[in-house]
Unconditional design. Sequence first.
Length: 121
Amino acid sequence: MRVGAISLDCAEPAPLGEFWKELLGGEIAFARDDISVVKLDGLLLTAMRVDGYVPPTWPTGPVAKQAHIDVAVDDLDDAVKRAVSLGAVVAIDQPDPPSHRVMIDPAGHPFCLSLASNFDV
């Protein structure tokens, strides 16, 4: 077995799909008003419209983060600059900045840019 797709709820699939496509170097494989599918190496990432979508308010507030993606990078500072240039926001809460940087995607989902060496298992 393997993971085939990761789906993110959102209000606007097109811009969220574009964000993840650009950040991860994928391509839009399929898009409609209610879904944008980003094809990555061995994985699909989908942005799916949900009526009444409410973004996470992590780390505080009433709406939990619901999911979390870690993106392996070689240079944290460069990765943060790239993510911000594409529409991400640096999260206020940064529990371990030398190892990873917590970011917020354009739909409000927290994700981490993490040193690739963190995943050497």
